[in-house]
Each structure stands twice: as C-alpha cells, then as structure tokens.
Design a protein around this ligand. Structure first.
Ligand SMILES: *[C@@H]1O[C@H](CO)[C@@H](O)[C@H](O)[C@H]1NC(C)=O
Length: 245
C-alpha cells in the first residue's frame, strides 16, 4: 500500500494574488509505508511548489527557498512547535495503524462449484470453482480428483479486484467424468485455519440438466397415469361381475 492518506486535511490556506492565479495551501499527511514505518508530513505549497515541510522521520522542518529556510530554522528552535509535531505524529500513527488493521483483517471467501459446457475441448465436461469476496489477495485454488491434485487441464483467472479491498478468482477444470469419482475444489486462504474442500455434486448438475430431468420425470408420470387409466377403464367395462349362486 503506497498510499498517502490525507489525514486529516486540516488546513487549506488560500491566498490569491491580484492576478488571481497564485495560491498557497498546507497539507497534513500520514504516509503509510509499512506497518512499522508511518511518516507524518506537514507541507506548505505556493503555486504547487513545496516551500516548507515537516518530516517526522527527520523530526524537523525543512525550507526549500531562502525565506522558508529561515522560517524552518526558527521553527526548529521552537520547542513548543516540535513537541506539538511529535503529538501529531503519535496521533497519526495510532489512527492509521488501527485503520490499516481493520483493512487487513482476512475476509473469508464464499465458494461455489458449478459445471459448465466445455467448448472446443477434448474433454466432455468443465467445472468452475468460483471464489468470491476474499481478502487478502493471496490465495491458492486447486482441484482434487479422488484426493489427488489435478495439474493438467486446469486454468484460472487472475485475482480480480472489486476495487473495495475484496477479490474474486475463478478456476476451471476440464475433464472427462468417470462414474463414482469424487472431484473437489480446494481453497487455501489466510482466513481459514486449514485448507477447505468444496466437493462437486454431480447430481445437482447444471440448471438445464435439472429442468430436463424434471420434465422427463413429469412426462413419464403422465404416460404411466394414462396407461393406468386406460387399463382401469378396460377392466371395468370388459368384465361384468356375475355373482355365482
Ligand atoms: C522524509 O524523510 C525521510 C528520511 O530522510 C525520507 O526518506 C523521505 O523521503 C522523506 N519524505 C518526504 C515526503 O520527503
């Protein structure tokens, strides 16, 4: 994370010249370099040119023009100013670290395993393991066939960012189904204490398959029902029960 969080954007001092084109502004900035390297900066710009800066790594002010160099020297002799800067630096560190801690909490993914049509492949089937909304980005998605890792005919997308600290990834396995075998998608991620297996349930199949099976079942039911009714009718009309005496 190389971001410079403007935190808080405290002072925006604007002074315009007669020409209306000149202005100055100040920035307070908490720069996150790593969890144990947070830099507090105070900068004064005029016409986009940096004139004066306090840098917490150096622990002092630096001037970049003849006049601001003098100001910097004065400020660096001012104990009250430097103490205040130390306080600001501490505040920036505590706030930013807690913010970063929140951001870096692992988010557990939701995983689905579905079948798809294998187009232009030597194999008959394709499975898709879709892993959604995880953080951090580092993840390992693999396929197991009867407990053995499959290495061939596996492709994957990159970790796709949603722009809001969450990622998704999709892994594809092309294969020729063998009855009775167990295929699972294995996900290894920081939010899990151990790798998680997501087994593919072939009976679920795709939505189209389920509709087809349902329709076939319904038709078969109708055929038997029809046959039953016909036989019943024949039975009752063809046979007259005559009581024997
Ligand atoms: C602050 O000071 C450190 C140490 O000299 C330096 O590495 C860093 O680049 C400075 N930051 C800025 C924004 O000037």
């Amino acid at each position: 994370m190389g971001v410079c969080s403007f935190f808080p954007l405290l002072c925006l001092l604007l002074f315009f010249s007669r020409a209306g084109a000149l202005f100055g502004y100040g920035l307070l900035c908490c720069q996150f370099i790593s969890s144990d390297n947070i830099v507090y900066l105070e900068q004064v710009y005029f016409n986009k040119v940096l004139l004066l800066q306090y840098n917490s790594t150096l622990g002092k002010y630096t001037g970049y023009t003849r006049q601001t160099k003098e100001i910097a020297d004065d400020l660096n002799k001012n104990h009250a100013f430097l103490t205040q800067e130390k306080k600001n630096e501490e505040m920036c560190k505590t706030h930013l670290s807690s913010m970063v801690d929140d951001f870096s909490k692992p988010a557990e993914p939701s995983v689905t395993v579905t079948s798809a049509e294998a187009v232009g492949s030597k194999h008959r089937s394709m499975l898709v393991c879709s892993v959604y909304n995880f953080y951090p980005k580092q993840i390992r998605v693999t396929w197991l066939r009867n407990g053995q890792e499959v290495t061939s005919d596996v492709t994957s997308t990159d970790e796709l960012s949603n722009g809001k600290w969450l990622y998704q990834i999709h892994s594809y396995l092309e294969f020729t189904p063998i009855p009775g075998e167990k295929i699972s998608c294995m996900v290894e991620h920081a939010s899990f204490t151990q790798p998680k297996l997501y087994e593919w349930d072939p009976t679920l199949g795709s939505k189209m398959n389920r509709i087809a099976v349902g329709t076939a079942g319904l038709l078969l039911g109708l055929v038997f029902f029809g046959a039953g009714v016909t036989c019943y009718k024949k039975d009752t009309t063809g046979q007259v029960l005559v009581p024997t005496s």
